[in-house]
Design a protein around this ligand. Structure first.
Ligand SMILES: Nc1ncnc2c1ncn2[C@@H]1O[C@H](COP(=O)(O)OP(=O)(O)O)[C@@H](O)[C@H]1O
Ligand SMILES: [Mg+2]
Length: 268
C-alpha cells in the first residue's frame, strides 16, 4: 500500500454570506515537501489554510491527515494533529523573552495542591534546544522580544510551532513584514524544516518569494484553482501569468479558476 498523504484536501469550500471565499479546492501535502499557495489578495489562500488550522469550519469537502478524515472543528484539534500556523504578524509578547513566548498559554508547571509553579529551567532548556535546531548561533534567549530583529522574532515564532511537535506547518505570508536579509533567513529556516521532514504550506501573493523554496504550487483566483503542478515544470513568468491573468501554460491542466481564451485569443 502506498503511504497516505500527510494532508489530503478534496473539494474544500467555504462561503461568507454570498462570497465564495474558497470553492472546490483539491490539494495534497507530503512530508519533507514545500507546497506554495499563490494568488492575489482575496484569492482565498488564508481562508483555505484557516480551515486546515481549525480556525474556520468548512462548508463542504473532506480533509484527511495521515489518511484519516478529520473534523478540524477547533484550533486545539488541529494542534493535536500536529498542525501549526505562523502568521505574518509575528505575534509575540514583546515584554517576554524567547522561552516565555514559546510556552505562552502552554507553560510547564508543577502542581502543589492549589498552587502552580512554573518550571522555568525546564522551559528555558527546551527553548534552547528547539532554537538550536533552527539557528545554532541564536544568542538572544534571555532578552525581551521587543529588542529582537524581525528575523529573530520569526525564529521564535517558528520555534514555538516546532516545540509542540508540528508535522504540518502553515506559513501565511511569513516574510511580509521582513527586510531582505531577514527574508533570506526565513528561507533558510524553511529549508531546514523541510529537511527535518515537516510538510510546509507556504502562502504568498508574491511568486518571487516562494519560487525557489517550493516543490509544488497551486495558484488560486476568486477562491478557485487556476492550476497546480511541480515548480520544476514551470517558469516564474508562467506562474506570474497564472496569478495575474489566471492564464494556465499549456503543460498545466487548467483548474476551474483558469480564464479561458475566446476565439480572438483574448482572456475572458
Ligand atoms: N471572516 C471573514 N468574513 C467575511 N469574509 C471573509 C472573511 N475572511 C475572508 N473573507 C473574504 O474571503 C475572500 C478570501 O479572503 P482570504 O482568504 O483572506 O484571501 P487571501 O488570503 O488570498 O488574501 C475575500 O473576499 C475576503 O474578503
Ligand atoms: Mg491571506
Amino acid at each position: 500500500m502506498t503511504q497516505p498523504h500527510l494532508v489530503n484536501m478534496q473539494g474544500v469550500s467555504k462561503s461568507f454570506g454570498g462570497i465564495h471565499a474558497v470553492k472546490g479546492i483539491d490539494l495534497t501535502l507530503d512530508a519533507g515537501e514545500v507546497v506554495a499557495v499563490l494568488g492575489h489578495n482575496g484569492a482565498g489562500k488564508s481562508t483555505l489554510m484557516k480551515m486546515l488550522a481549525g480556525a474556520y469550519q468548512r462548508d463542504l469537502g473532506d480533509i484527511q491527515v495521515h489518511g484519516q478524515s478529520v473534523a478540524l472543528s477547533s484550533p486545539a484539534e488541529a494542534h493535536d494533529l500536529g498542525i501549526e500556523t505562523i502568521y505574518q504578524t509575528l505575534a509575540l509578547a514583546d515584554n517576554l523573552d524567547a522561552s516565555a513566548n514559546l510556552f505562552l498559554g502552554r507553560e510547564i508547571a508543577w502542581r502543589f495542591g492549589p498552587f502552580r509553579v512554573m518550571d522555568q529551567a525546564r522551559m528555558r532548556d527546551q527553548t534552547a534546544q528547539v532554537i538550536a535546531r533552527l539557528n545554532p548561533h541564536f544568542d538572544a534567549l534571555d532578552v525581551p522580544c521587543r529588542s529582537l530583529s524581525g528575523g529573530q522574532r520569526q525564529t521564535i515564532a517558528i520555534a514555538r510551532a516546532l516545540q509542540f511537535d508540528a508535522r504540518i506547518l502553515i506559513m501565511d505570508e511569513p516574510t511580509a513584514a521582513l527586510g531582505p536579509h531577514e527574508t533570506a533567513m526565513v528561507a533558510d529556516l524553511t529549508r531546514r524544516l523541510k529537511s527535518q521532514g515537516l510538510g510546509i504550506f507556504l502562502i504568498s501573493h508574491d511568486v518571487h518569494d516562494v519560487f525557489d523554496l517550493a516543490d509544488r504550487f497551486i495558484v488560486m483566483k476568486g477562491g478557485q484553482e487556476v492550476g497546480s503542478g511541480r515548480i520544476s515544470e514551470v517558469t516564474k513568468d508562467e506562474v506570474l501569468g497564472m496569478v495575474i491573468m489566471g492564464r494556465c501554460p499549456a503543460q498545466i491542466r487548467p483548474g476551474p479558476g483558469a480564464s479561458m481564451l475566446d476565439e480572438h485569443g483574448a482572456q475572458t
